[in-house]
Design a protein around this ligand. Sequence first.
Ligand SMILES: [Zn+2]
Length: 400
Amino acid sequence: MNAYGIRCENDVKIAEVLLDDVLVRKTMENLDRMTEKGPMGVRRRLLSSSVRLSRNMSPSVHKMADHCVETLGVDIPLELYAYASPQFNAACFKPEDGRLFVIFSSSLLEAFDENELMFVMGHELGHHVYQHHDIPVGYIANGQQRVPASLALQLFAWTRYAEISADRAGAFCANELGAVAQALFKLASGLTSEKVVSFNLVEFLHQMDEMQAFDAEPGQGPPVEDWFSTHPFSPLRVKALQLFHQSGLMQDGGIGKAELEIGVQGLMGMMEPNYLEGRTEVAKIMGQLFIAGAIAVANARNGIGEQEIVVLKEFMGEGFSLDVLNIDKLIDTLPKRIKSVKEHASITQRMQVVRDLSVVARAEGKITDNELLVLYAIADGLEIPRSLVTHILDGDAGLD
Ligand SMILES: [Zn+2]
């Protein structure tokens, strides 16, 4: 098995669609033209702000890097850097002058043991091996140009699946589910000392089961969404990696790749705007709320113009006529639609709609106060914390 054989199928599929998109291509061409004039200065910045970890200075870290490079088939020279920070963090940059750069925070290097560090390193190198840096998510999301709503949602979904692929690359290098889960636990909690907390994989995964149990009872019980929105991804990632370790990709006689991908898609259902194509009753009312919400948000900006109509039509299919009259009517239906979704959809489904409306609003450019008020009103009505809205609007759009 090699790195390509374990890449997540939806990462491959959505990346193909994105690489065909006109705006994505144009942004890539612009970036290429900029780099033709000279390197973007990644290495210069790293050299001036971080410490290069030479083989002499850190033989053990280099030994781990060698293992990851070999396992994943990384084909260009690698430079490792460390920078001072109490936050656990690592990143990989798009190569420059034929060299690849991976950077670690000082606290991460000190607190993670060998296999945990190999997971983190393999994850970062995975982004390179799968050419994730080719798709300039950050540039597109933070650029000057408006991004069509459907593209914004697709980019958002893709980054989630790209992270799943990178996680698998990391797990492939670490080759020990316990260490992988422990690394994700450390990243999510910031806790490392065995004196205070001793990590337990079964119980960590149980937290996810409890979340799903809550989720299955709409309108019931104390909300867990606070926990979900501040740490949106970690338990899902561990679950997805558990499936990966149970698959034939990692052990003889494990579940097949198709079954693995179906399992992962089930988990990631929480993350995808697939309700827009959904055929269930709940998916329909979520889709209707999304449309009315998107119109209300756009209207709060500066009224619905020709451009907004083009955006909104993307979601409604051909033949949907949208004149000023039914725009007002649609906005009037908003409270009723919120109520209906509140009653019938689970917490994560409601979060999905709020999140997608926020992603679309962000894609339109700088958010106005009026738009924010509409987004907050929808979040309040669905009993989802407003922090989810601000998390999406202010968050980093790129890969982790
Ligand atoms: Zn990542």
